[in-house]
Design a protein around this ligand. Structure first.
Ligand SMILES: [Cu+2]
Length: 176
């Protein structure tokens, strides 16, 4: 239980940090991408997390099915959830549904994009070009604003390493 609280608070702290940066958004058809950002990484991190809010103002559901970026070997759509008190992460093979008229937020501890095998360390202030792929809206080019993690309290820093560990066995991270 304590772990859940810590992770929840960690996510809140990160979001609070993110809101301090200039907002930016992108539109494609009925889809609006609000403030796409990525968390700064430690040197040689095997993965990096990408986050954003996706609004669907249309009358049909759409689906975020993946993405690509020159800054990483692969981009996957992931879900994080608590199972028996343990944080687990899994790839969503069919992507993430964005229901009609609704908004879905990708954030730490929840849905996220996983940048597998970053080609360089992500540091605060960088802008990472990323192309999102939607089933209906098609490809949408955005830039992830890299936010610092340094403002998080030391005892909350563990989830980053835990997250890296969870991906250690995945194809794509083994190379290098
Ligand atoms: Cu992940």
């Amino acid at each position: 239980m304590a772990l859940i609280q810590k992770l929840a608070l960690g996510a809140f702290m990160t979001l609070a940090t993110a809101s301090g940066a200039a907002a930016h958004e992108y539109k494609a058809g009925a889809i609006t991408i609000g403030h796409p950002w990525a968390r700064a990484t430690l040197p040689n991190a095997p993965v990096a997390g990408g986050y954003m809010t996706i609004d669907n103002t249309g009358s049909e559901a759409d689906r975020l099915i993946g993405g690509s970026t020159p800054a990483a070997k692969a981009v996957e759509v992931h879900e994080m959830s608590v199972d028996g008190g343990v944080m687990k992460m899994r790839q969503l093979p069919d992507g993430l549904e964005i229901p009609a008229g609704q908004s879905v937020t990708l954030k730490p501890g929840s849905y996220h994009l996983m940048l597998i095998g970053p080609t360089e360390r992500l540091t605060k202030g960088m802008r990472v070009p990323l192309t999102l792929k939607f089933e209906k809206a098609g490809s949408v080019a955005v830039e992830l604003a890299v936010e610092d993690v340094a403002t998080r309290k030391p005892e909350m820093a563990g989830d980053h390493d835990a997250m890296s560990g969870m991906h250690a066995g995945q194809p794509g991270t083994a190379a290098k």
